[in-house]
Design a protein around this ligand. Structure first.
Ligand SMILES: [Zn+2]
Length: 339
């Protein structure tokens, strides 16, 4: 289901309003009418035109690097240009372009407002809008993910430290700034500051996790990290035998194999009674092939602790969550030593 409405295209990029944005806009317009002050409604709409121009600034440069921009989506907290990827070479220029647009609009409007302004309900429209654009540009330059400043910082750092380490440094700076904002927000009971600090904290956390996984697991497939020749059990093994078997091998989960075929899997969490055999308690295994991408495996592991690697009907290996964590530690060290 699509929760947004498409307005029009600029530079071939669709501009969409999210349903929450439309509701927010309706509330602002409603309040303006009730209070007999259309200034706030006009200001709000122009502020979001400014946000679109800011995002178009990013998009314009991104397009030059061959980035495909799916759309610019407007949310009550701001705009997002949805790009299929952010090329490492272009990140610095793409990151700077948005705030640059905001500063150009802000300074131009500020200059104009010194000679001429539009007064609505006694408020100077151009002057207020110029300040909002300057704030928009400055706020986005805070060197913290997910703000533009975080990306600019990473782009500068990555020349020296490599992409992964720079992402971590930029994310840690973002998290530290977020914590400082949170403390100030709590002390002054400023709700906006508290919300922004949470937005920055979780944005930084998410960005660094995604980049970490993408960088170190790039081109890694199931066959690269699977444990070969896993210890199997037979479906006819009794529960008591199985418990002794588990004690001896000390794994928490096992493939159940019959006539050379994987027919199920069983682990410590499947057993609830002493009676019966493995067949009575085993469950359906989650199967991948040797060439399954690690990202796909992580996605499949959301609901299970291990996946089984099967090729030509034969069980080749097993990948547990522990295997992924261990592989991650080793690959991370490898990536760090390369820079
Ligand atoms: Zn931006």
């Amino acid at each position: 289901m699509n929760y947004s409405i498409r307005l029009f295209r600029v530079m071939g990029i669709p501009i969409e309003l999210h349903i929450t944005f439309i509701l927010f806009l309706a509330v602002i317009i409603g309040l303006s009418i009730i209070n007999n002050s259309i200034f706030w409604a006009v200001l709000f709409i122009l502020l979001f035109v400014s946000v679109v121009l800011h995002e178009l600034g990013h998009s314009y440069v991104a397009k030059k690097y061959g980035v495909k921009i799916e759309k610019i989506l407007l949310l009550p907290i701001g705009g997002v240009a949805m790009m299929d990827k952010i090329p490492k070479e272009g990140e610095l220029k793409i990151g700077i372009a948005g705030p640059l647009v905001s500063f150009i609009i802000g300074i131009t409007l500020l200059a104009i407002s010194q000679f001429f302004d539009i007064n609505i309900n006694g408020y100077p429209l151009l002057y207020t809008l110029s300040l909002l654009n300057l704030m928009l540009g400055s706020f986005n330059l805070i060197p913290a993910f997910p703000m533009d400043g975080g990306r600019i910082l990473r782009a500068i750092l990555s020349k020296k430290y490599g992409y992964l380490k720079s992402t971590k440094i930029a994310a840690n700076i973002g998290k530290s700034l977020a914590l400082i904002m949170l403390i100030f927000g709590l002390l002054s009971m400023n709700i906006i500051l508290i919300l922004v600090s949470l937005f920055v904290y979780f944005g930084a956390e998410q960005e660094s996790k995604i980049i970490e996984i993408e960088t170190i697991f790039k081109n890694i497939k199931a066959k690269d990290i699977m444990t070969l020749n896993p210890v199997c059990v037979s479906p006819d093994m009794s529960v008591e035998e199985f418990l002794d078997f588990m004690l001896k091998h000390k794994y928490f989960g096992y493939p159940v194999v019959e006539n050379g075929k994987l027919i199920g899997c069983i682990g410590i969490s499947n057993i609830h009674k002493k009676e019966g055999t493995v067949r009575d308690y085993m469950e359906k295994p989650i199967v991948v092939s040797e060439d399954t991408d690690i990202k796909e495996i992580i996605r499949k592991m959301a609901n299970t602790d291990r996946v089984f690697v099967v090729e030509d009907g034969k069980l080749r290996g097993i990948i547990s969550k522990t295997d992924i964590l261990r592989a991650m530690g080793i690959l991370e060290l490898k990536e760090e030593l390369e820079h």
